[in-house]
Design a protein around this ligand. Structure first.
Ligand SMILES: Cc1cc2nc3c(=O)[nH]c(=O)nc-3n(C[C@H](O)[C@H](O)[C@H](O)COP(=O)(O)OP(=O)(O)OC[C@H]3O[C@@H](n4cnc5c(N)ncnc54)[C@H](O)[C@@H]3O)c2cc1C
Length: 394
């Protein structure tokens, strides 16, 4: 058996997800892409096999198997279908505010419905005028008796129209900058909540990405997560822990593209030998495999840190590094895979052009890679670290 750092239990679960992916998800991937329709059958498959329980603790109906295991599952699924892998990643994204800052009562009320897959979750931070600059949001929330009333709109929300629960960020103090932001749970049937346009996209085509509107939307006051004014800090803590889900999606794409290109290169012959034996192609394969393994190292390191209870700046940096490197690797590797297949890489009969389109979004959402670089450099500047050459005059 190849060397593997996972425990026996993790390996068993990974093998289950691998089998499901090979037998049930991979055969659907091209159709999901071609139809651009949300794959409800994949959600049903997840429900039947407890896959949506992976982000949750046992007390809430989850598997209690931790962060690394969740990341491994997202990676496995995304090797074949990045749209389906995203469903699992966003179940974690949409639930994390409750997991990190919800009360026991809120967790008991909402998390079991997410763990069972009865509801899908969504995370609504971005607005038309505020993406990277999320503190510039304009959606507002004001307290009226036992309720909050939300007004405004969000854009580019994954699972818009299919989620049962939306984690929403809105300003309770419009003039207080990021300190005026609060976090709420909005159920899809809340009065005044509606879903707008669903965007046609370059990749992850089966995932819905859409507008959601709050028009005098009334929710119970007990749906406030944390205290008023804590929303921005909650949003950032959530992203620290959810970005690696996107890194896992990217890693899956990179490994899927590498594996496909390798198989193809062993069979396809030019000038009397398989193209895998031409040095220029062999070098590409070697570089793809090495970058993908290095990306896995960063991602699994994050998973172990989270499972060991690491928090704060160290976790923030590790999360940004995993997201940055896995997604840049996915984009580069998938593009190389298309090149290895030559003209066949460019046509839809083969999966690598889909992988290349799917890879692109991993460099953009949950914080663009420019933002990840800013985060990493900020933490480096703050770190008290000794250099062997500090103070050595030139
Ligand atoms: C398919 C898809 C799904 C999404 N899902 C969700 C979701 O579920 N929930 C959600 O809330 N949002 C979601 N988003 C939104 C996504 O997170 C944002 O699009 C992203 O954060 C970038 O914001 P923006 O599009 O407004 O770009 P902008 O912030 O306008 O950035 C434009 C460019 O400028 C660069 N830039 C911006 N500021 C700086 C800076 N300070 N320094 C250097 N460069 C900078 C950016 O890196 C980028 O290249 C999704 C987006 C897409 C496309």
């Amino acid at each position: 058996m190849p060397w593997d750092t996972l425990t026996d239990e993790q390996r068993e679960l990974r093998d289950l997800v691998r089998t499901l992916t090979r037998e049930r998800i991979a055969p659907r991937a091209a159709e999901i892409d071609a139809s651009s329709e949300f794959p409800h059958d994949m959600v049903e498959l997840f429900r039947e096999n407890d896959i949506l329980a992976l982000p949750f603790e046992e007390e809430h109906g989850g598997t209690g198997t931790g962060t690394l295991m969740l990341l491994v599952a997202i990676e496995e699924i995304s090797k074949a279908c990045a749209t389906t892998g995203l469903i699992l990643a966003v179940q974690e994204l949409g639930a994390l505010a409750l997991k990190l800052a919800g009360t026991d009562e809120q967790r008991a009320r909402f998390l079991p419905r997410l763990a069972s897959g009865e509801w899908l979750a969504a995370y609504a931070l971005t607005e038309p005028g505020s993406g990277s600059d999320s503190a510039a949001m304009r959606t507002s929330a004001r307290r009226e008796g036992d309720e909050y009333v939300l007004d405004g709109g969000k854009r580019f929300i994954t699972n818009a129209g299919v989620a049962g629960l939306y984690t929403v960020f809105a300003k309770t103090e419009p003039d207080a900058g990021h300190k005026g932001i609060s976090c709420f749970v909005v159920e899809a049937d809340a009065p005044g909540f509606s879903v707008g346009r669903i965007e046609p996209k370059l990749g992850i085509k089966g995932s819905t990405t859409g507008e959601v509107f709050f028009d005098g939307c009334r929710i119970p006051a007990e749906n406030l997560v944390g205290e008023e004014g804590e929303g921005f800090a909650i949003a950032m803590r959530v992203l620290d822990r959810s970005r690696p889900g996107i890194a896992a999606q990217a890693l899956g794409i990179a490994q899927g593209a590498t594996d496909y290109a390798l198989d193809y290169a062993k069979d396809r012959e030019t000038m009397g030998k398989p193209i895998a034996q031409h040095q220029l192609v062999a070098a590409k394969l070697a570089d793809m495999e090495t970058a993908t393994e290095a990306a896995r190292g960063l991602l699994y390191r994050f998973g172990r840190m989270a499972d060991d209870g690491v928090d704060g700046p160290e976790l923030t940096k590790a999360s940004a590094q995993a997201k940055l490197f896995c997604s840049d690797t996915a984009m580069w590797v998938a593009t190389e895979a298309v090149q290895i297949l030559g003209g066949y890489g460019y046509v839809k009969e083969y999966p690598v052009e889909r992988m290349m389109r799917d890879a692109k979004i991993t460099q953009i959402y949950e914080g663009t890679n420019e933002i990840q670089r800013i985060v990493i450099a900020r933490e480096m500047v703050r770190e008290a670290r000794e250099s062997l050459l500090a103070g050595v005059a030139g």
